[in-house]
Design a protein around this ligand. Sequence first.
Ligand code: 13P
Length: 250
Amino acid sequence: MRKPLIAGNFKMHKTINEVVDYAKGLMNSVQGVSDRDILICPPFTALSEVFKIIEGSHIALGAQNMHYESKGAFTGELSSEMLRDAGCDSVILGHSERRHILKEEDSFINLKVKKAVESNLRAIFCVGELLEEREGEMAEAVVKRQIELGLKGLSETDMEKIVIAYEPVWAIGTGKTASPDDAQTMHSFIRKTIVSLFNTNVAESLVIQYGGSVKPANINDLMAMPDIDGALVGGACLEVDSFSKIITFT
Ligand code: 13P
């Protein structure tokens, strides 16, 4: 049985104090929730302060990116070791905003995924097609390529540290959610791709999250789908109240 994972990606929002207040509020509001995993990914600046609040609780801490080298002359970058030091057990990699705005390529993301796994970080590996790719009936081919190249060289054991987040780019921050049926079709395709790259056991254990305009009003229908195992939430995670409602989906 896969345990659902609800993760909040704060993107470039909130100061240190705001994240600390938020974390205190969230801890209160989701106290006692144990049948699903909860992850928050605030900006780098807030990681170590917020870790002091949530350490030992059932809320895990993740970063939104990292570099694949351990140290060196990489101005502005952070290593997996630094993220662990700040209290992270997870990291988002290959987010579409990094793929498209910051031009990260599959091979570059693959180096980071491998390094995250080696460092015992859970990698939330994001995939998803652009609107024109969906309209051109290329969505599955694009997602397959992202998975094949992004997870290249990983072993079956490495896959225990991987979560895939399917985030159709046209649904991110637009208010347009993929319909539960469309999302399910892609999630099932992703699981089949994992069967072909690894095996059925790896595919059946893999948590596949949906992301893209997830909100309290649509989480139940998404989570009712057999291959949707959680959500990666942007805008709607920024308020404790709406994120708590998403976490406590029924
Ligand atoms: P929104 O929930 O704001 O659409 O963002 C989704 C996302 O990109 C999460 O990583």
